[in-house]
Write a protein that binds this ligand. Structure first.
Ligand code: TYD
Ligand code: MG
Length: 493
């Protein structure tokens, strides 16, 4: 007998309600709740213990012998991780792929998830005997077409190097492609092929026949993932699952699955810029907030090993209102150029707009500059952007934002070989930030000569650049922005 139930589910976070609401109380998204009929045909199918929809079935089982084990008896051999073939991905995963883990890779449609995973599949297939790429969105020919564009030729044995400097062949055809959307077929293939790694592209297009709801609905996405997870854990298959980020509508986004999976990575970037960031937001086997950086080229994604160069803008053209900061993404320092433009407004209330910088941060710093330093900015428009579109949300960038604003206001050029690091407090004081040594070493490595940092920050002597300690924003302005007299100073001296 089929059981049916009517619930209202948020496609953003998966929260369930018994009635419709405009605003989801869990994630505060508007218009993401939709009605979802759930119909289960007799608890789905059973696959070595996997049962769907048995939430309502209460099974009374007799007492069983104890199955818990002593903590000290558990083997704590660090499971051997294996490399994905891309150092940037390995870094985000915490040092390589953990066998049997389930990794969710979320991102906006068209950002490059399929491209990344096809490249990863290719690299893995060079070292491992069986890699399965389940393409639920594209046909076999379409995957092949993309592969040949990426330089993945699929010829047996002879390997050539493509533009990524990576081996571009599939030895002995160990990469298997399966264009399929039916979950049961995929589970069957996983059990018979037993690949070391299986890539599912994407979870929103999979379909589990026992559920009447459409592919991509919260129920489908959840059931498909948990079924894949059970088979994956049992057979020790690493699963890399693609999830599209969706704003509104009836398709469930990857956040619905975050609690289920071991690792959640987001692939993001500006559609109009070529760089892509792989960011970890949850990782059971490593630190989060690590990022990996890739560049989308005409032949696929290329790893960026020295990201600071990407975010430094054009160093030959000195523009007024530009400053340089060192942001820290996880354990990775990145030197970023910030640009400010302050101009008379033609509106009754001035415009404040940012790209890659937190708008609230900008407004707070404008207020501090007005009140504590006495710079009349409240009647001026203020625009702030980071070069290359990298999102800098850290408070450590505050000092750079403040100096860029003042430099633009006074139409001065800040020495391009100076970096500014520090958090600006509401009283106009500059506060200490974490990982200062790491940040300064990165700046020194890139040829910066001077750093303006908060007073009290303890640093070794051999840091490789001149360090100026300041305690107030006003001191930083005096040190960083040349007075009118020496504005023509040749910075190359
Ligand atoms: P894709 O991997 O299909 O995105 P997703 O799976 O996240 O939806 O990437 C599609 C975009 O990448 C598309 O706009 C074109 C671009 N692209 C390149 O620039 N170079 C390439 O070699 C490839 C394969 C794609
Ligand atoms: Mg895709």
């Amino acid at each position: 007998m089929a059981k049916s139930k009517q619930i209202y589910v948020c496609s953003e976070c998966g929260a369930e309600y018994s009635q419709w609401f405009g605003l989801c109380k869990e994630c505060n998204e508007f218009g993401t709740i939709s009605e979802e009929p759930i119909e289960l045909s007799n608890g789905g199918f059973s696959r070595g213990g996997w049962q769907s929809g048995n939430k309502t079935t209460k099974i009374k089982s007799p007492a069983k012998p104890r199955v818990s084990v002593k903590f000290t008896d558990i083997n704590n051999d660090e499971q051997a991780r294996f490399p994905s073939g891309y150092k940037e991905l390995d870094r985000v995963l915490g040092g390589g792929i953990v066998p049997g883990s389930l990794v969710l890779i979320g991102g906006d449609p068209g950002i490059g998830k399929s491209t990344l995973l096809l490249q990863v599949a290719n690299q893995l297939s060079i070292r491992l005997p069986r890699i399965l790429y389940v393409s639920a969105e594209e046909s076999g020919q379409q995957v092949k077409l993309r592969a040949s564009r990426l330089g993945v030729e699929g010829t047996n044995g002879d390997s050539t190097e493509n533009s990524n400097g990576k081996k571009a062949s599939i030895p002995d055809n160990s990469l298997y492609v399966m264009p399929e959307t039916d979950l049961e077929e995929i589970l069957r293939e996983l059990e018979s092929l037993k690949p070391q790694v299986a890539i599912i592209d994407s979870i929103q297009t999979l379909h589990f026949a026992a559920l009447t709801s459409a592919p991509g609905s919260v129920a489908q996405v959840r059931e498909c993932t948990s079924a894949l997870m059970q088979v994956g854990k049992r057979e020790n298959i690493t699963l890399l699952i693609v999830g599209h980020v969706t704003k509104e509508g009836a398709i469930a986004g990857p956040r619905v699955l975050e609690h289920l999976v071991d690792t959640v990575l987001y692939f993001e970037g500006d559609r109009y810029a070529s760089h892509r960031l792989l960011r970890s937001v949850k990782n059971r086997f490593g630190a989060t907030h690590e990022i990996g950086i890739f560049e989308m080229a005409d032949k696929g994604l290329i790893e960026v090993e020295n990201p600071s160069e990407l975010f430094l803008g054009n160093r030959d053209e000195l523009a007024p209102g530009t400053s340089t900061v060192v942001a820290c993404e996880g354990t990775r320092p990145i030197v970023v150029e910030l640009q400010a433009l302050v101009s008379p407004t033609s509106y009754t209330s001035p415009r404040r707009s940012t790209t890659g910088v937190d708008l609230n941060r900008l407004q707070q710093i404008l207020a501090v500059l007005e009140k504590r330093v006495g710079i009349p900015l409240s009647k001026l428009d203020a625009y702030m952007a980071s070069a290359g579109g990298l999102t800098v949300t850290e408070p450590a960038a505050d000092l750079g934002i403040a100096i860029a604003l003042v430099a633009s206001f006074r139409d001065r050029t800040v020495d391009p070989r100076t970096v500014l690091i520090g958090e600006v407090g509401l009283g106009g004081q500059v506060r200490l930030v974490s990982q200062m040594e790491l940040r300064l070493k990165e700046a020194a490595k890139l040829g910066f000569k001077r750093a303006i940092v908060p007073k009290g920050q303890s640093l070794p002597d051999d840091i490789g650049l001149e360090v100026i300690y300041i305690s107030k924003v006003i001191d930083a302005i005096i040190s960083a922005i040349p007075s009118e007299r020496n504005q023509n100073t040749d910075f190359d001296e």
